[in-house]
Design a protein around this ligand. Structure first.
Ligand SMILES: Nc1ncnc2c1ncn2[C@@H]1O[C@H](COP(=O)(O)OP(=O)(O)OP(=O)(O)O)[C@@H](O)[C@H]1O
Ligand SMILES: [Mg+2]
Length: 337
């Protein structure tokens, strides 16, 4: 089962440039979370801080009792092995075949025999739909295939925490839909805690249990997906609608006068009625149900009173619908009965 990641009061600067401050959130064990935010708001820096590659000036990142910010390097190094990382650019070695790229962490971090490595690598290659391409070089395959190879490589060490930095960038809408399903299926199979940074609104709407957003050096919100999806914070509604009007500008911040003028324009407000929340994706037929679903239900219903009314209503609606719907999961072949 995945591991909880607790982030407390994290503040990060590079020299005089403050990236974000006082970031506090918990990635619940085994759940899928998505982080949104305009370019340059420090999402990649945040992922790197979680694994201890970057050291924020204040705060803690607790994983199994190890502080990835101020803990002993030895503990941090060991804890890092729990992570699977999928980088923004795929980060494959150009001169190595996909097989060797995906085998790399196993050869680097374990003493497994070559036959065992082959078994694991081929299983992950199958998982991401790349069977047959294992002998190719990264330069010989499409961007989407490189993404999936990056994901396969993130999975070889049986990670309990999976971080994906923009797994969809450069993918067409159909491939992105497949990727969304792949991420949910992966969560059903391995029950890892997952954090996905993305600009893709379809992934944001259909994949996560939880959502957060960075803006203007702060974590604007983080919590059950329904909170962000029903939020009327201007920065959130602008981002979710992909509009030019709102606090997010081409450069970091907009001129206050322009922003005020936009705010009084009725065209820039959400149309009447509650926002429509599309149902979260289910694992593909034949896969086990996601173990996090029951835990998440328990957790979210327990915090209901602390949430804004719109989010509360949306969560009640989600669970009422789930209770009414017939279960979609089919027993796995060979899983008894
Ligand atoms: N090692 C570093 N040294 C100095 N500044 C850095 C370093 N890494 C990142 N930054 C700065 O931190 C800020 C946030 O960068 P980051 O890559 O985290 O943004 P992002 O939210 O991931 O953006 P995008 O959505 O475009 O990927 C940028 O201004 C960047 O220049
Ligand atoms: Mg980034």
């Amino acid at each position: 089962m995945g591991i909880e990641v607790v982030v407390e009061g994290l503040t990060m600067s590079f020299g005089k440039q403050n990236i974000w401050q006082d970031v506090t959130l918990t990635l619940p064990a085994g759940e899928v979370s998505v982080m949104l935010g305009p370019s340059g708001t420090g999402k990649t820096v945040f992922l790197k801080s979680l694994i201890g590659l970057l050291k924020p000036q204040q705060g803690r990142v607790l994983i199994n009792g190890v502080d990835m910010v101020g803990g002993a390097e030895r503990d941090i190094y060991e804890t890092r092995k729990l992570f699977g990382l999928m980088f923004q650019d795929g980060a494959l070695f150009g001169s190595m075949t996909l097989f060797d790229n995906i085998a790399f962490p196993l050869r680097e971090h374990t003493r497994k025999r070559e036959s065992e490595i082959r078994r694991i690598v081929m299983e992950r290659i199958d998982l991401v739909g790349l069977l047959g391409a294992e002998g190719k070089l990264p330069g010989e395959i499409s961007g989407g295939m490189r993404k999936r190879a990056g994901l396969a490589r993130a999975l070889v060490l049986d990670p309990q925490i999976v971080l994906c930095d923009e797994p969809d960038s450069g993918l067409d809408p159909v491939r992105t839909a497949y990727l969304s399903q792949l991420l949910i299926d992966l969560n059903a199979r391995i029950d890892a805690t997952m954090l996905i940074v993305t600009h893709n609104l379809d992934i944001a709407a259909t994949v996560p249990d939880n959502m957060g957003m960075f803006f203007r050096r702060n974590l604007v919100t983080f919590g059950p997906r329904e909170v962000l999806l029903t939020s009327d914070e201007p920065v959130v509604t602008q981002f979710l609608a992909g509009r030019r009007e709102g606090p997010i500008g081409m450069s970091e911040e907009k001129d206050a006068a322009l922003l005020a003028a936009e705010l009084v324009d009725p065209a820039n407000h959400r149309t009447a009625g509650p926002p429509v929340i599309v149902p979260q994706l289910e694992p593909s037929p034949g896969l086990p149900p996601r173990a996090a679903v029951a835990r998440r239900r328990e957790r979210v219903l327990g915090m209901l009173d602390s949430l804004p009314p719109a989010a509360r209503a949306a969560i009640r609606d989600t669970y009422a619908r789930a209770a009414a719907a017939p279960t979609l999961s089919v027993p796995r072949p060979g899983s008894g009965s």
